[in-house]
Ligand binder design. Structure first.
Ligand code: UDP
Ligand code: MG
Length: 165
C-alpha cells in the first residue's frame, strides 16, 4: 500500500549533527522524500503535535524537548512517501525508549534518556495512516508537498503576509 508518513529530526538530532546520518539511514527504505523544511517550533505547534499525550506526566518536559530547550527552536520536518512507508520508517526508527530500541536503529544508536526522564530519541515518525494525515496537515501546507496527498480547497487570502521586498 502506498502511504505517506511524517518524519521529524528532533532538536537533539540537529544539535548532534546527525541530519546526514539520519537521511542516509532513511534512504535505505528507498522511499521518496516529497516535502522537507526546517521549522521553528512554537508552543502551540508542539502541543498540537503531541496532543494525545496531554495527560502524561512527562508532557511538559516533552513539549520543552520538541521546542528545543537546549538548542535553537527548530526541527527538520519531512514527508516520506511510498510502499508501506509507515512501517518501513518506524522499523528503521526503533522503539520509543532508546534503551529498549534495537542497537542499530536510529533511536538505539543515537537516543538517550535525560536525568529528567525524557526519551530524547532523535526522530519522530507517524505510527498509522490517521496519525500521518493529521501530522502532515499540521506541519505542511498543500503547496509545500510535491504530491497531492489529500483533498484541498481554494480560499481567498485576505490577511496580510510577508513577501520578499
Ligand atoms: N516520551 C517520553 N517518555 C515516555 C514516552 C514518550 O519522553 O515515557 C517521548 C518520546 O520522545 C517519544 C514522544 O514522547 O518519542 C512521543 O511518545 P509516543 O508514545 O508517541 O512515542 P513514539 O511514537 O515517538 O515512538
Ligand atoms: Mg507517537
Amino acid at each position: 500500500m502506498i502511504q505517506q508518513t511524517l518524519v521529524l529530526i528532533k532538536p537533539d538530532g540537529l544539535k548532534k549533527s546527525l541530519t546526514g546520518n539520519i537521511l542516509t539511514r532513511l534512504s535505505e527504505t528507498k522511499l521518496d522524500i516529497i516535502a522537507a523544511k526546517i521549522v521553528k517550533v512554537s508552543k502551540e505547534l508542539a502541543e498540537e503535535h503531541y496532543r494525545q499525550l496531554k495527560d502524561k506526566p512527562f508532557f511538559n518536559e516533552l513539549i520543552k524537548y520538541i521546542m528545543g530547550y537546549y538548542h535553537k527552536q527548530k526541527v527538520m520536518a519531512m514527508v516520506y512517501w511510498g510502499e508501506d512507508a509507515i512501517k518501513k520508517v518506524r522499523d528503521l526508527t526503533g522503539a520509543t525508549n532508546p534503551e529498549e530500541a534495537d542497537a542499530v536503529s536510529i533511536r538505539g544508536a543515537y537516543g538517550r534518556i535525560t536525568t529528567k526522564g525524557v526519551y530524547e530519541n532523535v526522530v519522530h515518525a507517524s505510527t498509522n495512516e490517521a496519525e500521518a494525515e493529521r501530522e502532515i496537515k499540521l506541519w505542511f501546507k498543500p503547496d509545500e508537498i510535491i504530491v497531492g496527498l489529500y483533498p484541498v480547497k481554494i480560499i481567498k487570502d485576505t490577511q496580510e503576509k510577508r513577501v520578499w521586498a
